[in-house]
Design a protein around this ligand. Structure first.
Ligand code: BGC
Length: 381
């Protein structure tokens, strides 16, 4: 009798599990039409699914990640990135959030939109007074990228490409950039960037996905535990421009070497937190120049979801969604209020072209820019 009850119970548990988890199957990639650019060019949306049912959607508008669906610790699937319903919403997006987009030519700010290269001064578009942010007026996030899907050794991926003409947004050099998104079967999304130029230029590419591991729109991220593998950071002025210093994190409310809830110290009376209205800082990652290493680990107590960021970049911009203010109505009509998402943007330090002591962001003809960044998902109890 006991055995029968145990058998019935295990069947019930199995059925419950099957109801909430996506069936394993071969990795797939599909394409759908997804509206048009204002000049009529067609936009596509690709859906990548791995063997565990993890699903990533990427659109050719901005090479943007619009959705990442991963299981929680009960096997329940949920979308953990902020985004809009359709391409029209991305195109008309107010409040410049850059949800999920590829950022270029220069991720983050260039002070007053000015830099000098080879003795020539360049003036960029000031779209974030008094600075130029994320590539200027029409950065890579607003461009149509070409896309080629691929299957490789049981995984699927999407290669996106964009050619930026000499002088676009006032940056020198014709730039060819390529980002290879690979969805692996260990629930990782890998981004491999390469770029070349035909004239000396500056370049700082990144991905601007906002994550909420409880599910996009399901409250704020202040309860998420954050660990960042950095002993130092680049302090900023009121205009969010680095002072040039590499300061220790020791004894500051920005020290995330031990996993700490994002909200635990965010309101502390600290000039750096006041300058940014929360966290919006570049962390100088440890183990510089040693290839891909762990940059950050985030866990959400509500869902048990865990995300790690692995990267070969020198910096990681941790942005706690301070400027989200409810004007952004997202997927499924969900409203994104302050701190409803966080970004971990692997990149070079902000304003590097004006800070000779920072690792260089210059790219010359004959050189190839490389970046590898991986977002790896798992669960914990
Ligand atoms: C920056 C924030 C900015 C946001 C724009 C982040 O990368 O660090 O300061 O407001 O992008 O959405």
């Amino acid at each position: 009798m006991g055995k029968r009850i145990a058998h019935i119970m295990s069947c019930t548990a199995l059925l419950a599990l099957l109801a909430t988890t996506v069936h394993a199957g071969p990795a797939t990639i599909t394409r759908a039409a997804w509206g048009k650019m204002s000049d009529g060019r067609a936009i596509s949306l690709y859906t990548l699914t791995n063997t565990h049912g993890m699903q990533v959607k990427i659109t050719t508008y901005g090479g943007t990640i619009t959705s990442i669906v991963v299981p929680d610790n009960k096997g329940q699937m949920g979308d953990v990135v902020l985004g809009y319903n359709d391409s029209a919403d991305y195109i008309k997006a107010v409040n410049n959030t850059y949800f999920g987009a590829l950022i270029g030519r220069y991720g983050n700010r260039i002070a007053k939109g000015i830099f000098t290269l080879d003795g020539k001064t360049y003036h960029l578009y000031i779209n974030n007074t008094p600075n130029s942010l994320h590539g200027g007026h029409y950065g890579f996030d607003k461009k149509l990228w070409s896309a080629t899907p691929f299957h490789r050794r049981g995984t699927v991926g999407l290669t996106v490409r964009y050619m930026s003409k000499d002088g676009e947004e006032n940056y020198p050099g014709t730039l060819h950039e390529k980002v290879v998104y690979t969805l692996t079967n260990d629930n990782s999304l890998q981004l491999q960037y390469t770029a070349t130029t035909d004239k000396d230029t500056v370049l700082n590419l990144t991905s601007h996905a906002y994550f909420n591991l409880a599910g996009a729109g399901n409250g704020n991220i202040l309860d998420h535990f954050m660990m960042i593998n950095a002993d130092r950071y680049t302090p900023i002025t009121k205009n969010l421009i680095p002072t040039g210093e590499l300061a220790t994190l020791s004894g500051t409310p920005l020290d995330f070497r031990k996993a700490t809830p994002i909200g635990a110290r965010i309101d502390k009376d600290n000039v750096q937190l006041k300058n940014a209205g929360g966290y919006d800082h570049n962390f100088v990652l440890n183990q510089q120049g040693q290839g891909v290493r762990l940059g950050a680990r985030v866990s959400c107590p509500r869902s048990g979801r865990v995300m790690e960021v692995w990267t070969d970049q020198p910096g990681l911009q941790f942005y706690s969604g301070n400027f989200l203010n409810g004007t952004n109505i997202g997927k499924g009509g969900k409203v994104y209020n302050k701190h409803y998402g966080f970004c971990l943007e692997a990149q070079h330090y902000p304003d590097s072209p004006n800070e000779p002591k920072f690792p260089t962001t210059e790219l010359k003809p004959g050189q190839v820019y490389h970046q590898t960044t991986i977002y790896k998902f798992s669960v914990q109890k």
